[in-house]
Each structure stands twice: as structure tokens, then as C-alpha cells.
Design a protein around this ligand. Structure first.
Ligand SMILES: Nc1ncnc2c1ncn2[C@@H]1O[C@H](COP(=O)(O)OP(=O)(O)O)[C@@H](O)[C@H]1O
Ligand SMILES: [Mg+2]
Length: 387
């Protein structure tokens, strides 16, 4: 077996057999739309042909990276541990680009191979695969895939920003809520986290671990990296015999997303989403039960008595003023939910105006009870986009 690396998006032809992130392919075509690197593990006689424009060329092994620095073989011990010791709740923690998302998918594919059912909670609000940025997407994966971004989420929660700072407890609660809503007894849950591992003093990952109560914590890092948070995790949890703490090896450090890649990725997510905003909605504020912004909910006065949302205290916050600020409102990215489960985002949109008590927005749905305001602005007509 040899591992070769390609960067998406690509279209390729496989002659012979190969395996990608735990998925086997034989004499077939593969379309990969994501802009990430993909490790292809193939037998020496298999031939992978890439199509670039009108040209085809054979993919050769790149000797720049050692075979022990790329591919899924660097995670063999992790898979063995998970499958052999029957782990039920796995959490993956580590800096950006240490392979958290790739490992998440690899584990899920391996579980599917064994007819086990993986529940993936993708809580990286900046670079999540399962939902647009600012959200947490979760899914019970039913079919192997090499691109999680092509999978529909079963539950989406709204945070509102692409960085976790200031949203820590909401993120923890949303992860737990997604777990409670989707989890069934036969699931093996994998929680993927964001790359914020600094600020060790009060990093919310420790609280997250306590809330999720995992039986396996995978700490991803490059071999020579020291990460204080991991020492704290060890200190806090290594005495608990039910929790297995595993060190996960990051792929070669040159295989990283540049900040440009990250922006492009968000851009692709949002521009795909914008295409779904086919509805022009004009809705009175009296039809809206709750409005969320930066951790708080504002409940409509009319509805507080009759349709009180469980667990939300009505708050008289400043965002009444915000809504009357045209610049604040215009082009703001929003999530939409129904009162039956106010935390479950079922559509998205962009606010255009709030005028005389009416919202004007472009959105993917026209029936909703609650509006979640984000810190992101989207501009329909440009690729210049946001922060
Ligand atoms: N085992 C691996 N072999 C080769 N490339 C990998 C491997 N794991 C991850 N990558 C690539 O490295 C980059 C960062 O990985 P990713 O899973 O997105 O990291 P994270 O989720 O920690 O930010 C991506 O381009 C990914 O495709
Ligand atoms: Mg990731």
C-alpha cells in the first residue's frame, strides 16, 4: 500500500482498488468537491488518473511527505482502540489543521464498516462541514462518504459567530442538546471541536468534556507540539478509569489550510446557501415569538404569556434598539426555527430591513416562529463577503 495526496476539488478515475478515509473504491470515478487534501491509499498496481480541464494525468506518489506522516495509517491504533474496547462517546480536541475533521470522518466510516451507527456532532463553528459557519451541525451518518460537507445534517444549532469566544456555555449546551435529540442507544457519538486550544486557564473544553461525559478523548497534535490544555485534560480526567485518553498524530504540518483556504471554504458554504434563499418574506414582529442575538433571547411580549418557551427567560435587551438600526439589520445572516423546537434551525436567510414592525428578508423558508441573528453579514452580489 502507498499513500498519495491530492487536493480537492478534483475529479478522478480509479483503475484497480484504493481506499480513502476508510471507504473502498474499485474501478470507478470519484468526484470530490471539498478544497481539502485527500489521502488516497492504493496498492502499487492501482492507477489513479486525475482530470484537470481536458487533460488527464496519472497521480504519482509525492515523496515530500513520509508515509508515516500522511494517510489514515497514522491513526490505526486509534481505530483499534475504539473498535476493540467498545467506546460510545468520543471527543476530538486539538488545534486547527491537526486532522480532527478528517479523523472524525475516518472513524465514522470505519464504524459503518462494522455496521455500527455513528452520530457526528460537528461543533467547529468556524470550519464545520455539516452546517454553515456560525452553526453546529449533527448527523447520524447512514452511508460511508469521503466528504462530510455533502451530507445533510439532522440537527442544526445556531451560535452566531465563527469564533467560540463569548459563546462557550451556549456551545456546550447546544452540543448536549444535539446529543440528547439525536442519540439512540446503538449510536457511537463523535464530537468534533473547534481549534481553540489556547487560553488554557479557562478553556471551555474541560467543561464540555464534563458535560458530554465521553469514554474516549482524542488529543490531536504534532509530535513536537506542547499544548497546555492537554496537560490539564490529563490532570483532570486521567484518574477516571472509564475515560481513555489517546494521543492522535496530526498529519504533516505542511498540509494545512491557509487562512485563504479557510475563507474560501466559508465562502463556498455561504454561496451555496444563498442559492436556497428563494423566498422573499415580509413578516410582522408580532408573528415572531423569539429573537436570538449573542446568547440572549428576546421574547415577544404578546407571546410571553401564551407561548412561553421552556427555559428562556424573557429579557429586555438592547436589541430592540439594534433592530431599529438600519445598518445593523441590513444583510445580516440569520437562522430560523419553529416553536416546536426553538433550538432546531430549519432554515436560513438574510435580513434586508426592519421597518414599522415588519421584517423583510430573503430566506429558504417562509414559515418560522423564531429568528436567530448572527454576527455575519452576507452580500448577495459579491464574493467580497464578511469578516
Ligand atoms: N491523515 C491525513 N493524511 C493526509 N492529509 C490529511 C490527514 N488528515 C488531515 N489531512 C488534511 O489536512 C488538512 C487539515 O485537516 P482537517 O481534518 O481539516 O483538520 P482540523 O479539522 O483539525 O482543522 C486538510 O486539508 C485535510 O484534508
Ligand atoms: Mg475541522
Amino acid at each position: 500500500m502507498e499513500t498519495i495526496l491530492v487536493k480537492g476539488p478534483i475529479f478522478m478515475k480509479v483503475r484497480g482498488e484504493c481506499e480513502i478515509l476508510g471507504v473502498k473504491f474499485k474501478n470507478t470515478f470519484i468526484v470530490y468537491k471539498n478544497n481539502k487534501y485527500l489521502p488516497i491509499e492504493k496498492s502499487t498496481d492501482a492507477i489513479i488518473t486525475l482530470k484537470k480541464g481536458k487533460n488527464y494525468f496519472n497521480l504519482e506518489k509525492n515523496s515530500k511527505y513520509g508515509q508515516d506522516q500522511i494517510g489514515t495509517n497514522i491513526w490505526e491504533d486509534i481505530i483499534e482502540c475504539i473498535l476493540n474496547s467498545n467506546r460510545k462517546r468520543i471527543i476530538i480536541i486539538g488545534p486547527s489543521d491537526t486532522g480532527k475533521s478528517t479523523l472524525t470522518l475516518f472513524i465514522a466510516n470505519k464504524l459503518l464498516n462494522k455496521r455500527l451507527s455513528p452520530l457526528i456532532i460537528d461543533s467547529d463553528i468556524g470550519q464545520g462541514e455539516l452546517s454553515p459557519p456560525t452553526c453546529i451541525g449533527s448527523t447520524i451518518l447512514s452511508k460511508q462518504t469521503i466528504d462530510l460537507a455533502s451530507v445533510n445534517p439532522h440537527y442544526v444549532s445556531f451560535i452566531g459567530d465563527i469564533q467560540p469566544v463569548g459563546y462557550e456555555s451556549r456551545i456546550i449546551n447546544c452540543i448536549k442538546n444535539s446529543y440528547d435529540k439525536l442519540h439512540k442507544n446503538n449510536n457511537i457519538t463523535i464530537v468534533n471541536t473547534d481549534g481553540f486550544v489556547n487560553n488554557n486557564e479557562n478553556n471551555y473544553k474541560i467543561d464540555l468534556i464534563k458535560k458530554i461525559d465521553p469514554d474516549c478523548i482524542i488529543c490531536m497534535r504534532e509530535n513536537d507540539q506542547t499544548i497546555d490544555l492537554f496537560d490539564s485534560i490529563r490532570e483532570e480526567f486521567s484518574g477516571n478509569l472509564n475515560i481513555k485518553i489517546i494521543q492522535g498524530q496530526a498529519p504533516h504540518k505542511e498540509i494545512r489550510k491557509t487562512s485563504y483556504d479557510r475563507r474560501v471554504k466559508r465562502l463556498i458554504k455561504y454561496s451555496n446557501l444563498l442559492k436556497t434563499f428563494t423566498k422573499k418574506v415580509f413578516i410582522s414582529k408580532h408573528k415572531i415569538i423569539a429573537i436570538y442575538y449573542q446568547n440572549s433571547f428576546l421574547l415577544s411580549k404578546r407571546n410571553t404569556e401564551t407561548e412561553k418557551i421552556n427555559g428562556i427567560e424573557p429579557e429586555d435587551t438592547i436589541f430592540k434598539d439594534l433592530l431599529n438600526d438600519r445598518d445593523f439589520v441590513r444583510n445580516r445572516f440569520v437562522g430560523l426555527s419553529l416553536k416546536e423546537d426553538y433550538e432546531k434551525i430549519i432554515g436560513f436567510g438574510i435580513l434586508k430591513e426592519f421597518n414599522k414592525g415588519f421584517f423583510l428578508m430573503q430566506s429558504s423558508i417562509n414559515r418560522f416562529d423564531n429568528i436567530f441573528l448572527s454576527d455575519i453579514k452576507l452580500y448577495n452580489n459579491s464574493t467580497r463577503l464578511f469578516k
